[in-house]
Write a protein that binds this ligand. Structure first.
Ligand code: ZN
Length: 319
């Protein structure tokens, strides 16, 4: 595995590459304050040795970590939580109430992810999923404030990408740690126009309308910066939120316009349209990457987004 890649930001925030799939695809965060620390997102079980190395390099002992806070239970964010908790004797796991049972008994997560990724890819990508002791799990209601060191974090219930999603606002840095709720923005697509951002509509709980409400709620906090899991820090949140909101509508329109039988055939149509949309948007954004490179970098996201839009569309049609 390549060496640990970390970026230190102001206010004792460190971005750590989880090495999920490839470098610069998924991050998690360490925040310190007055002798205590928290992790936001964990990567997979393969990431955990890295996280322990980062603690050691910073002179933080495993007993000083007070909270582990996965933004939601999708496995690129929370897959390593159980393994990490085993190494942190004083930590509690903070998690959305809808996610708690899956951290205590990960069997449904394993089954769900195996259905999406296939068995072979599952174990290569995520390794082992370790259950978290129920006594160490704290369910986070909307608006819960947690303190560590002399710092306070505000946890918000933020459905849209998933119903088990929370975002974490850090007043000290003016940042929100958004998991997947502020979409994804890979640094490879930065241009003179700034970062390129887009929704991530992963199966199976993407919901257009609640996501739009959630976005407004996040912007009501007037954040100065956003820390994304995919990937790193972006600034100018208001401008990006406008884009994200438009693109959510674009994605929904692409799904609704897909003229094919529900299921695999429609997923293929949606995926094709998303791919064309992405290439067009990136070219308009001044991106110099070739369409082939774009498709290669985004292939997993295109698959997941198409699958998630199909699930959403099928649910809408039923209702
Ligand atoms: Zn997710």
């Amino acid at each position: 595995m390549s060496p640990i890649q970390t970026t230190d930001y102001s206010h004792q925030i460190t971005c750590i590459d989880t090495h999920y799939q490839r470098p610069n695809l998924a991050a998690c965060y360490l925040i310190e304050s007055a002798g205590e620390a928290v992790f936001i997102d964990t990567g997979t079980s393969h990431t955990v040795p890295h996280l322990m190395d980062v603690l050691a390099a910073k002179g933080i002992s495993s007993s000083q970590v007070k909270y582990v806070i996965p933004t939601h239970v999708h496995l690129d964010h929370a897959g390593g939580a159980g393994t990490l908790m085993q190494q942190l004797p004083n930590a509690s796991l903070l998690i959305h109430p809808f996610g708690a049972k899956h951290m205590i008994d990960p069997s449904k997560l394993i089954a769900g992810a195996t259905a999406v990724y296939g068995e072979e890819k599952f174990s290569a990508a995520f390794g082992e999923l370790v259950a978290v002791d129920e006594q160490r799990v704290i369910e986070v209601p909307d608006g819960m404030r947690v303190t560590f060191g002399d710092r306070e974090l505000l946890c918000l219930d933020t459905p849209g990408h998933a119903r088990h999603h929370i975002c974490i606002h850090d007043a000290l840095s003016g940042a929100i740690f958004t998991g997947d709720t502020f979409g994804l923005s890979y640094r490879e697509f930065d241009t003179e126009q700034g970062p390129f951002i887009m929704p991530t509509t992963t199966p199976i709980q993407f919901d257009l309308d609640t996501w739009q409400v959630t976005l407004d709620r996040l912007m009501d906090l007037s954040p100065e910066r956003i820390f994304l899991t995919h990937y790193g820090e972006v600034t100018e949140p208001a401008m990006l939120a406008d884009k994200l909101s438009q693109y959510l509508d674009d994605f929904a329109a692409i799904a609704r316009a897909a003229d094919a039988n529900p299921g695999q055939a429609r997923i293929a149509v949606i995926r094709n349209e998303l791919q064309q949309w992405l290439i067009n948007k990136l070219q308009a954004h001044g991106c110099k990457q070739s369409p082939e490179t774009i498709v290669q970098l985004m292939s997993m996201d295109l698959d997941l987004n198409a699958q998630g839009l199909e699930v959403w569309l099928a649910r809408e049609e039923k209702e």
